[in-house]
Design a protein around this ligand. Structure first.
Ligand code: FAD
Length: 321
């Protein structure tokens, strides 16, 4: 299969979740005898393209129209490049950015799409894709009909692709200006400045639940332990709904699905919707005053006690080392 992977980036480097999408694509290409290219989109993205070229050949579309993440031009550029180059499979990370853009491109291409793929297999020459449903309670195995096929890949399900030690080259593509036409206009971005990494990128995630009574306590305990470990702060939905933690920290079925090396759940009960977002973490640590809390069923290490007492002790011990 001829495969293109949409490279999500932060303006300087490709995001970890896209490296997992590349790993998926490389595995499919190895099984089908195909090839894989990156598609880097944005404005002034030379540095990103150079970073991406360390893993696979890069096609770059650079335009002021792609400076801000507006779905319309991004989707049309993807569908145009796929048509012009005859790509048979489009892969992207299963992220908020991709959820906005990739289904539009799939509709423009008239292609079949599978979202949030966690496993794949080539059986009888057909690519079978596993995608979880109902918060992971069941897994559907789907085979997409026709070409092109469009797939988003869950970052936590595939280990990130690694640089190969060679430069795979960069091709700059000029497209007809009409491709960038957009009915929307970019009015600005409101973003909380957060010095901590995003939960999807961090090796260690410390999440807080309803045990925390207000934003100050959350910041002091959850933020404090995250900082002491150089990790990200996350949250259950209960705290997001209560306005105590910001939306982007939510882990779970309707939040972010992650699999860090270490996940620390402070005062989180372990509802199935929360587990759906973190149960594949390599090591899970839970602190909860209720010894019967379901979070202990998935925890590798459990501490029964009050987070208001235990968390400061953990922070103090870490900081004294
Ligand atoms: P609770 O369930 O209230 O648990 C609080 C825990 O803290 C308890 O176990 C308690 O023993 C413990 N505790 C209390 N005080 C202390 C203390 N001082 N020290 C130590 N422990 C203490 N939830 C998500 O998290 N993410 C999602 O994406 C998500 N999506 C959802 C989607 C749908 C469609 C639905 C219906 C629900 C969703 N939920 C989600 C909500 C989910 O069902 C739970 O309500 C939520 O996860 C509970 O959050 P919590 O564990 O913080 O709170």
């Amino acid at each position: 299969m001829r495969i293109v992977v949409v490279a999500e980036h932060d303006g300087t480097a490709v995001r970890g979740a896209s490296l997992s999408a590349l790993a998926f694509a490389q595995s499919v290409a190895a099984a089908t005898g195909g090839d894989v290219s990156w598609l880097v989109l944005g404005h002034k993205v030379d540095v990103v393209a150079q970073d991406a070229a360390l893993l696979a050949p890069v096609i770059v579309v650079d335009s002021p129209a792609l400076e801000n993440p507006i779905a319309e031009p991004f989707a049309r550029v993807i569908s145009t490049v796929v048509k012009e180059r005859g790509f048979e499979l489009v892969a992207a990370a299963s992220s908020t950015f991709a959820k906005d853009i990739v289904p539009r491109a799939a509709a423009q291409l008239g292609g079949a799409m599978a979202s949030d793929v966690v496993r794949h297999e080539l059986a009888d020459g057909r690519l079978q894709l596993d995608t979880p449903r109902y918060a992971g309670a069941v897994t559907a195995t789907v085979v997409l009909q026709g070409l092109p096929q469009i797939v988003t890949v869950r970052g936590s399900a595939y280990a990130a692709a690694q640089p190969t030690g060679e430069n795979h080259g960069i091709e700059r593509l000029e497209l007809n200006p009409a491709v960038f036409d957009c009915r929307g206009s970019y009015e600005g971005l409101k973003s909380k400045q957060n010095a901590r990494p995003d939960v999807t990128e961090a090796r260690v995630v410390v999440s807080g639940g309803r045990a925390f009574k207000n934003a100050e306590d959350f910041e002091q305990h959850v933020g404090g332990l995250a900082d002491a470990l150089g990790g990200a702060a996350g949250s259950s939905r209960a705290l997001v709904d209560a306005g105590i933690a910001p939306n982007e920290l939510q882990v779970g079925q309707t939040g972010k699905i992650i699999a860090p090396e270490v996940y620390i759940a402070l005062g989180i009960s372990g509802a199935v919707q929360h587990l759906a977002g973190m149960k594949n973490s390599r090591t899970i640590v839970a602190v909860n005053s209720d010894p019967e809390a379901p979070i202990f069923d998935v925890a590798d290490y459990g501490l029964v006690g009050d987070v208001y007492k235990i968390t400061p002790e953990l922070i103090e011990k870490l900081e004294s080392h």
